[in-house]
Design a protein around this ligand. Structure first.
Ligand code: DC
Length: 210
């Protein structure tokens, strides 16, 4: 079974998807962490992110695994290193490269062949799993998006700068050539701005029948 959840940054996707996976006792998968891990490795290797061939060759050389909802890069758990301001800023460049999207999508589809998952990202409901049993689009106002990121305490930016950075990233994500963020016609739309985590989970779980 695939429960697919899409939406912009700070819409609560990770928190909600994790909780839904826990309650259904299935695996949580954050597709963004694949793009983040590739970006992390490219930056560490000083590769020009605009050199698509170099970026693709580097990504193909990486061993990326996803174990217990944590990203393992070349055998090392890098999950806690993927949410820096620098990766936030650069990840859209990397995720807009079509070859990179194919590499990530193949890995995710392979995983879903073996296990039931709750996956979240930008194109889970549209490109990666268009036939998912359950599809949701989580949204939030820009103020809520920025405040949630600010409260995570992982950014060194001011609330106003976070807001600008999220707006910029969402804009890039919505206008990508492949895997652009959009609302699938058959996805259930939920604005999470004024809802608690529990309330969003209840809405989602009320639609899932297993
Ligand atoms: O969900 P996130 O913020 O961790 O995602 C990081 C970036 O990866 C985001 O800016 C867009 C990109 N991404 C994507 O293009 N497609 C996905 N399915 C998931 C994330």
């Amino acid at each position: 079974m695939v429960v697919a959840i899409d939406g912009p940054a700070g819409a609560g996707k990770s928190t909600i998807a994790k909780e839904i996976a826990k309650r259904l006792n299935i695996t949580f998968l954050n597709s963004g962490s694949f793009y983040r891990a590739i970006t992390f490795s490219l930056l560490n290797s000083n590769i020009n992110l605009f050199d698509e061939k170099a970026v693709t060759d580097h990504a193909l050389s990486l061993n990326i695994e996803y174990v217990n909802s944590r990203l393992i890069l070349n055998g090392v758990d890098v999950e806690d290193k993927l949410h820096t301001d620098e990766i936030d800023e650069k990840v859209s460049v990397v995720s807009s490269i079509l070859n990179i999207r194919h590499i990530v999508n193949d890995k995710i589809r392979l995983l879903a062949k073996k296990i039931s998952i709750v996956c979240e990202g930008r194109d889970m409901t549209t490109v990666v799993f268009p036939d998912a049993e359950y599809k949701f689009y989580l949204d939030a106002s820009i103020e809520t998006q920025a405040l949630r990121r600010f409260k995570q305490g992982v950014s060194n930016l001011s609330l106003e700068k976070i807001k600008i950075s999220i707006q910029k990233r969402d804009e890039l994500d919505k206008n990508k050539v492949g895997g652009a963020l959009k609302i699938a016609s058959d996805a259930i739309y939920i604005d999470t701005s004024d809802l608690t985590i529990d309330q969003v989970c209840e809405i989602i779980l009320s639609k899932i029948h297993i």
